[in-house]
Design a protein around this ligand. Structure first.
Ligand code: SF4
Length: 111
């Protein structure tokens, strides 16, 4: 029998670990998104984090980490200074550009 509190704790701790791991990446000089390949949802890391290019298509019943209204453009890891059109760099996916309407489980609301 699974323990829902333990599962929530594991999910929280994995997000904290990912966020901490991504912090040094935020200090790197960002490449312009025009120079970066677009992140594919089929990329293994993207799959592991449930990345999608369009958060409006997420089924919140299946993706329980998703909160309505969250998307890359509202995430602290999104790098709007690198934006080219709808795409910009992201601290969680170095070397790739994510869609401003996208989302993944590393989403961190801006303060
Ligand atoms: S939700 Fe945040 S961490 Fe995830 S892909 Fe979008 S900008 Fe990057």
């Amino acid at each position: 029998m699974s323990n829902p509190v333990s599962s929530d704790r594991r999910r929280f701790l994995s997000r904290v670990a990912l966020g901490v791991a991504a912090l040094p990446l935020l200090r790197m000089a960002p490449a312009q998104a025009a120079d970066l390949p677009h992140l594919s949802p089929d990329d293994p890391t993207a799959k592991a984090l449930g990345y999608t290019n369009d958060a409006s298509k997420i089924d919140a019943k299946k993706e329980t980490a998703f909160k309505a209204g969250s998307q890359c453009s509202k995430c602290a890891l999104f790098q709007p200074a690198t934006a080219s059109g709808d795409w910009a760099g992201c601290g969680a996916f170095p070397g790739k550009a994510v869609n401003k309407n996208g989302w993944c489980r590393a989403f961190a609301a801006k303060a």
